[in-house]
Design a protein around this ligand. Structure first.
Ligand SMILES: Cc1cc2nc3c(=O)[nH]c(=O)nc-3n(C[C@H](O)[C@H](O)[C@H](O)COP(=O)(O)OP(=O)(O)OC[C@H]3O[C@@H](n4cnc5c(N)ncnc54)[C@H](O)[C@@H]3O)c2cc1C
Length: 330
């Protein structure tokens, strides 16, 4: 199937069709804006079969949630959904933007490569919203992917309940491991924190964890072991296998914004895209929302809620931009 390549300029080009992008898109088409969502169809939670905690959809499959969201968005005549990987976002000059009908002289050219047989796309848009989520780098253990999304998870709020009272792991090499261990202790005190040889838990933190029955294992890990689909333990580099049935892993996250090229997007220490409280990045006219902005990955309902919040700011920005009355919306 080929995608429509529109002639008319777009209000907002949204990069990413997850809950953040779809929710923003829905609000904006309902504000009578012409909106294009470009989506490369690689949602972060594709590893899992059930998603939890989204009010009215607790336990729904993540794919079903996306399908429903896309269907609702595409129910509006000014909605365009393109299956495309965004390759390039380039600013228009003020003259080019005005010539495109953008009264405040701000605009962007957004190019994407079609995926799954869809055509390449190119949009001229007044504003850009980055809702591209995060990509994950799991600790380099050969079998870890086989258990990720079933026995091993990254979001404690999303999957902690199902782990209640089980013998669990927390595997990670980052400085927030202690805080995560405390969070998991709500679900099970039979928890071992594996630092995989990294020096990320301080001695006094280890003592605090020990006081609530949580052990810290500092030896390097060889792999996750299991029988068929079931995880049964963690094998250390010295050969010892510690029996465990599942738990949590702390991936490293990368914000995939190569399409911004040389544009000066500001990042925080974790590499996430920094915005002001309205959701606008350091590049005027480019907004960001969802897992890609600090504090990083949260939940589907939070991504969707923030998508709606930032959509309202974008809409007001365009109204004010057309009238030349500044940004502050009080
Ligand atoms: C294994 C796992 C299980 C989870 N379980 C739950 C759960 O049970 N409950 C819960 O509430 N949350 C859960 N989460 C968290 C939840 O998935 C995220 O918080 C949520 O998906 C974030 O939404 P988002 O819209 O910001 O990003 P995403 O959902 O990741 O969507 C981003 C979209 O942008 C697209 N994209 C990226 N780059 C480009 C580009 N250059 N061009 C075009 N498109 C692009 C991607 O293909 C993707 O479709 C889970 C996460 C993981 C990893």
């Amino acid at each position: 199937m080929t995608e429509r390549v529109p002639e008319a300029p777009i209000g907002v080009a949204i990069i990413g069709g997850g809950p953040a992008g779809l929710s923003a898109g829905l609000q904006l088409v309902r504000a009578n804006r012409r909106i294009a969502i470009l989506d490369s169809n690689r949602p972060r939670h594709s590893a899992t079969l059930q998603s939890h905690g989204f009010l009215t959809r607790d336990g729904a499959s993540p794919l079903e949630l996306r399908r429903l969201g896309r269907e609702e968005f595409e129910g509006y005549p000014s909605a365009i959904f393109a299956q495309a990987m965004t390759r390039e976002v380039t600013p228009l000059t003020a003259d080019e933007a005005r010539a495109a009908g953008f009264p405040d002289g701000i605009g962007f050219r957004v190019r994407g490569t079609g995926i799954r047989g869809a055509a390449d796309v190119e949009y001229i848009a007044r504003r850009v919203l980055i809702a591209a989520g995060l990509t994950e780098e799991l600790p380099p253990l050969p079998m870890i992917r086989a258990y990720y999304g079933t026995a091993l998870h990254s979001c404690v709020e999303c999957d902690g309940f199902e782990k209640t009272d089980k013998p669990l792991v927390l595997i990670g090499e980052t400085a927030d491991l202690f805080a995560r261990a405390l969070l998991i202790s709500r679900f099970s005190s039979d928890l071992i924190v594996f630092t995989n040889g990294a020096d990320t838990i301080r001695a006094e933190q280890e003592a605090q964890l020990s006081a609530i029955g949580i052990r810290v294992e500092r030896r390097a890990i060889d792999d996750i072991v299991g029988e068929k689909a079931d995880m049964t333990g963690v094998r250390l580099a010295d050969g010892e296998v510690i029996p465990r049935v599942g738990g949590f892993v702390r991936p490293r996250w990368n914000a995939p914004v190569e399409f911004m090229g040389e544009l000066p997007i500001e990042r925080d220490d974790w590499g996430l895209v920094v915005t002001d409280e309205r959701g606008e990045t350091a590049v005027r006219g480019v907004y960001a929302v969802g897992d890609i902005v600090p504090p990083g990955p949260q939940q589907l309902i939070i991504a969707a809620g923030n998508g709606a919040r930032v959509a309202a700011k974008l809409n007001m920005d365009m109204i004010r931009g057309a009238l030349g009355v500044g940004l502050i919306d009080e």
